[in-house]
Write a protein that binds this ligand. Structure first.
Ligand code: IPD
Ligand code: CA
Ligand code: CA
Length: 264
């Protein structure tokens, strides 16, 4: 894969994120969302579906042979030219409740779970995060880096309880309590892609969530990696898959500590 092939995809990801962001922002202002429940605490609006269609149409216009994996439309195409991973609105609950923390998240990769391009756009706050392999990470054109914090007692950690898997609540809250008592404070913003972008920008220092879809985090982990951070599966025996990712991410300096905190 050449630098040009990566940077061409990055340009298209930026274009698609900007267009979809403008579309979702307008739909959010109009309100009156048509809401469907996919499973417990998992919602989709008509805007999610239309935004995904828009993103895919832009991608297909430029790279018709590439494969696509979208949260709302699933997988299509052959993998030899790589695949795009799309979450048209990450933070749908925030979107239909008029909370500002939702994003358009678009990634592209040649090998599974090694994203080479990641773009995350929060249209409500006009913050555009992006990274390509070996480009570094950027927020609205300015370089960003993870925090340099080494002392976990001063760290802010994003912890997101398993709101779709209440059967995992007891074990999760036990670990969350451990992290809470050994850190400065916890946060939860309702969009994985946004939270990972905040980690990349040094606004928070760590992240722990179970049962993500790969589309929630693909763009975000690319941006974290390029900003100097680190991430891994929370369970060494369960590697990432398209439909289940248990994620521990951090500025790298507190990665071993955080990983240790979430083991049984
Ligand atoms: C959700 C958000 C949320 C995370 C959930 C995701 P959606 O995505 O990323 O932060 O806690 O696990 O499913 O459904 O709004 O695209
Ligand atoms: Ca999502
Ligand atoms: Ca979504």
């Amino acid at each position: 894969m050449t630098d040009k092939e990566i940077s061409d995809r990055l340009q298209v990801a930026l274009l698609a994120a900007n267009r979809a962001g403008a579309f979702v922002l307008e739909a959010g202002k109009r309100g009156g969302h048509v809401l469907h429940r996919k499973q417990t605490n998992d919602f989709v609006t008509e805007t999610d579906k239309l935004a995904e269609e828009l993103i895919i149409s832009i991608i297909k216009e430029h790279f018709p042979a590439d494969a696509v994996f979208g949260e709302e439309t699933g997988s299509s195409g052959k993998l030899e030219h790589g695949r795009w991973i799309i979450d048209p609105i990450d933070g749908t609950t925030n979107f239909f409740r008029s909370l500002p923390n939702y994003t358009i998240s678009i990634a592209w990769e040649m090998e599974p779970f090694k994203p080479l391009v990641g773009v995350v756009f929060n249209p409500r706050q006009n913050e555009l995060f992006w990274a390509g392999k070996d480009t570094g990470a950027f927020l609205n054109g300015e370089p960003i880096q993870v925090s340099k914090l080494e002392d976990h007692s001063q760290a802010i950690i994003v912890c997101v309880p398993p709101h779709r898997r209440h059967d995992l609540a007891e074990s999760y809250f036990e670990k969350m309590k451990r992290i809470f008592l050994a850190s400065s404070d916890l946060r939860s913003y309702g969009s994985c892609a946004l939270e990972l972008s905040y980690l990349a920008a040094g606004r928070v220092d760590g992240y722990y969530e179970l049962c993500l879809g790969y589309y929630d985090m693909a763009a975000g982990i690319c941006i974290v990696r390029e900003a100097g951070g680190d991430f891994t599966s929370a369970d060494p025996l369960t590697p990432f898959s398209d439909n289940r990712c248990d994620l521990v991410a951090s500025n790298g300096l507190i990665q071993d500590w955080l990983f240790h905190m979430v083991q049984a």
